[in-house]
Design a protein around this ligand. Structure first.
Ligand code: SF4
Ligand SMILES: [Zn+2]
Length: 331
């Protein structure tokens, strides 16, 4: 394939199309995970992206590699079909060491006129950088052209530090939100259900209080369900039978009681490495969560929760009996 960047093809880490609910409408969305210079933090216990980076490249080479990935995306997808673009890197899109400004600007220019949701750690959320990028993408057609997405994970600083090693505080997140809002950007908050070392009940309680706490700072809230990625601390614990991903019952309960629309894509749902129940009731629940994520309608979730399954007793037992000594009762 030839592109304006020559013959060599660079593919992003992943790119896929799907539907997403945005401003009450279900629209086509393109999600891209660009390979970048890599996350500057690189320590979170559940992160599977730590090794995904270009090694030993100059800033110019990094810029060119990212532009080649962009060229690949533009050649593979009909961009005019997607009003919403979600951009992830193996770290922070607004870290200029990870995504050089020239590469960032080229991405912005390619997606001008779209709504962009781009993920970044809180320390790189600076109003001048966001404003510069927003000016590139904003053609006046979108009410809120740029949202910055941040992985707060939990509103509890102790859990975030000890169980995740995330390296920022709730206060840092609030500062980043004010930087974004100062220049008219929206915010999307990622929370993570069941970091390691928590019992099922502690994890559920933590998610419920986190949702309540982040509502004032978030235009969009998205709940990630912890899953076991290769070569992570969480995988090590899981192999020692010291970690179990969340039950889907816990997820249903949180979503039903959230009182606000929380987006949720149960990645690896129903599998041993993902959020799961007994294996019999999982797929129906996973489908219903995906459906709810689009519609915001909790009725089907309520129905499934009330109808139950034999394994709901096991979950209730775990909630009552699992003690916080780092060893789950089931696997
Ligand atoms: S900040 Fe994000 S990319 Fe970096 S280590 Fe943590 S989860 Fe991974
Ligand atoms: Zn079941």
């Amino acid at each position: 394939m030839r592109s304006e960047y020559g013959d060599r093809v660079e593919k992003p880490l992943a790119c896929w199309s799907g539907k997403e609910t945005h401003n009450g409408e279900i629209i086509d969305c393109l999600t891209i995970i660009f390979k970048s210079g890599g996350c500057s933090w690189n320590r979170c216990k559940m992160c599977g992206y730590k090794s995904e980076r270009y090694h030993n490249v100059t800033c110019d080479e990094l810029t060119e590699n990212i532009k080649r990935q962009l060229a690949y995306v533009l050649s593979e997808y009909k961009i005019e079909k997607f009003p919403l673009i979600k951009i992830f890197t193996s770290g922070s899109f607004f870290d200029s060491n990870e995504v050089p400004p020239a590469a960032r600007d080229a991405i912005g220019a390619a997606f001008r006129g779209k709504t962009i949701i781009a993920e970044s750690r809180t320390e790189y959320v600076k109003s001048d950088i966001l404003e510069g990028f927003r000016e590139i993408i904003d053609d006046g057609s979108q009410k809120m052209p740029l949202y910055v997405a941040m992985g707060l994970e939990t509103s509890n600083d102790f859990i975030r530090e000890k169980c995740i090693d995330k390296g920022h505080t709730f206060e840092d997140f609030k500062t980043a939100v004010s930087q974004a809002r100062k220049v008219g950007c929206g915010t999307k908050t990622y929370l993570m259900m069941k970091p390691p070392y928590l019992t099922e009940l502690e994890a559920m309680n933590d998610m419920q209080s986190s949702i309540r706490d982040v509502i004032p700072y978030s235009d969009i809230i998205s709940m990630n369900l912890c899953n076991i990625q290769n070569m992570t601390e969480v995988e090590k614990l899981w192999k020692q039978n010291a970690y179990r991903p969340p039950y889907l019952w816990s997820v249903l309960k949180v979503l039903i009681e959230a009182g606000t629309h929380v987006l949720c894509d149960p990645v690896a749902g129903g599998k041993k490495r993902g959020p799961h129940n007994c294996g019999k009731c999982d797929y129906e629940i996973v489908d219903a969560i995906r459906e709810y994520s689009l519609s915001g309608d909790v009725e089907t979730l309520k129905m499934l929760y009330e109808n139950g399954c034999d394994c709901k007793n096991e979950w209730e037992f775990v909630l009552k009996e699992e003690k916080p000594f780092c060893m789950p009762l089931t696997h």
